[in-house]
Design a protein around this ligand. Structure first.
Ligand code: SAH
Length: 382
């Protein structure tokens, strides 16, 4: 079932009249890099050497690029490796296994990224926009509005910075690699579609053209821009899709996720189901548990009704309701708001009701609470 594409709402439009972030190697495909280097009057293979430094060796000091003749090096670094961001603050929690960085971008915009180390993986949570235009009332980032979209390289650099810190043994637990990336920092990734897809391509491009990560390890989290979800399925990169649902009914979701006034629950979930069907990737339904707001037993039942109404007619074995799982997020209260986390008993009951209907359900751990882990809180405080 495909609907004609709709024009996207005004809040998704890019702000005009601002300076653009400097062009960077990570904005470009390997072919574009070679062309650009040729345009500088240098041999094309220099592009690959430079890419190896950036993506494979994770070098950021030009002095270490000793395979590049000094004169060319200067020109290449100036043209393709401009500084994109500087760390303003680094905060650690969980004995160093969680590290949050507040970055200042070239124009003063602030964004956050978080590195989370687990026994079996390292996840980088990245921002796709400075601020956010989606205005979800319980989210710290949502309160300040959208400043601007990040460039592809500004997104990639957050991951590369994490990879560097791990490679240099700066993160507790010894040297390591980034295995997962989640677009769950500041911003609505599908409202900055082109740059986010570019970033996903750089993350998954084979070394040294990119970081060589598996698409399965990448999660794009969205408020539910249905046409963009369909477009994402067309890209042929099977990233994991997370849909921030937070309510199974339009009446409540209109308030919690205001874009629901444009893309209703049924439309968002239908697009997510289609995504699962086409990519064979299980979709994650994000549900932030808010005390007395969306955590009632009857809403768990309604959520189960909603999710089990898709997939039943599929011949795919996973089709039935293996297409989806629910990830409950204990609300991280932002200062001065009425929203607070659910009673653990209500949370358990919510899980029980979903599982009773055969829906795999997990409760997200709450890394980094003491360092304002909820996205946007650091930038908002600055
Ligand atoms: N714009 C994307 C990515 C945002 S952040 C999206 O909405 O999916 C990733 C998740 O964190 C979203 O599900 C978002 O609703 C949730 N979130 C935002 N603020 C939160 C808070 N204070 N406590 C718990 N979850 C929160």
């Amino acid at each position: 079932m495909t609907e004609p594409p709709r024009s996207l709402p005004l809040v998704l439009a890019e702000p005009r009249g601002r300076r653009k972030p400097p062009r960077h190697l990570a904005d470009l495909s390997a072919a574009e890099r070679t062309e650009l280097v040729g345009g500088l009057g240098l041999p094309g293979f220099r592009a690959r050497q430079l890419s190896t430094h950036y993506f494979s060796r994770l070098v950021d000091d030009p002095a270490e690029m000793t395979d590049l003749p000094a004169a060319d090096r200067e020109q290449l670094v100036a043209g393709l490796l401009p500084a994109l961001m500087t760390p303003l603050r680094v905060l650690e929690a969980d004995r160093g296994a969680t590290r949050k960085t507040l970055w200042r971008l070239f124009d003063g915009a602030l964004v956050e990224s978080v590195l989370m180390r687990y026994p079996d993986r390292v996840t980088m949570c990245v921002s796709s926009q400075a601020g956010c235009g989606m205005a979800c009332p319980f989210c710290a980032t949502g309160q300040g509005g959208l400043q601007r979209n990040l460039s592809t390289a500004e997104i990639v650099e957050q991951v590369v910075a994490g990879a560097r810190a791990l490679a240099r043994g700066e993160v507790a637990g010894g040297t390591g690699r980034v295995s997962n990336v989640v677009f769950m920092g500041m911003g609505e990734p599908l409202a900055n579609y082109k740059a986010v897809i570019g970033a996903v391509r750089r993350l998954t491009d084979k070394a040294p053209d990119g970081l060589g990560m598996s698409a399965r390890g990448i999660t794009v989290s969205t408020v539910g821009l249905a046409p963009r979800i369909r477009q994402l399925a067309d890209e042929g990169i099977p990233v994991t899709l997370a849909l921030s649902l937070h309510a199974p009914d339009d009446e409540l979701r209109d308030e919690l996720v205001p874009i629901n006034n444009r893309f209703k629950v049924a439309e968002a979930v239908e697009a997510a189901w289609e995504y699962a069907r086409r990519t064979k990737r299980r979709v994650s339904i994000e549900y932030a548990m808010m005390r007395g707001i969306n955590d009632q037993g009857w809403r768990a039942d309604l959520l189960a009704d909603l999710l089990t109404s898709y997939g039943a007619d599929s011949d795919d074995r996973r089709g039935r309701w293996g297409w989806v799982h629910v990830n409950l997020i204990p609300l991280n209260p932002t200062p001065g708001t009425k929203w607070t986390a659910s009673d653990p008993r209500d949370e358990r009951e919510f899980v029980r009701r979903l599982e009773a209907r055969g829906i795999p359900t997990t409760v997200r751990d709450t890394r980094g609470r003491e360092i304002d882990g909820a996205c946007g809180q650091l930038a908002a405080a600055e």
